[in-house]
Design a protein around this ligand. Sequence first.
Ligand SMILES: [Zn+2]
Length: 140
Amino acid sequence: MSDLTSGAGWTPPQPPACDCVEHIEEVLDVVIASRYPDPPSMTVRELLATGDLSVKPMTERWLGGHDEGPLHWNLWAGDEARCLYADDAQLRLDRSLMERPGVERVEWVDREILLIGAPSMCADGVLAAAARALEDPRVR
Ligand SMILES: [Zn+2]
């Protein structure tokens, strides 16, 4: 198998060699309120099952965020995640992500794609941070 990270100059950490405060398995039962009545809410487990919240390591070196620093993770927040945050919310989704421990920078590059600079986090930790960012009521 080829090393997909070679172009990024960085290797995604694996637990326990990561600095994540929590991992996705610890937040699966967290309930996230919807902006709409149907469904009124969903659990992180249900959201993951839709395929509209996922994360993968960057395969190329990218810079961005507030300090034009390195970005390591590609977060997909698709249609099912759209009903969980608002563009004109008190706290934009990218700002909410920035508040999570371990997240150093966020670049919102496309409607569904946020690039995250978090060199010491593993994929399951970034996914948990994304779930917590969506759980925050200020993003609706
Ligand atoms: Zn981790």
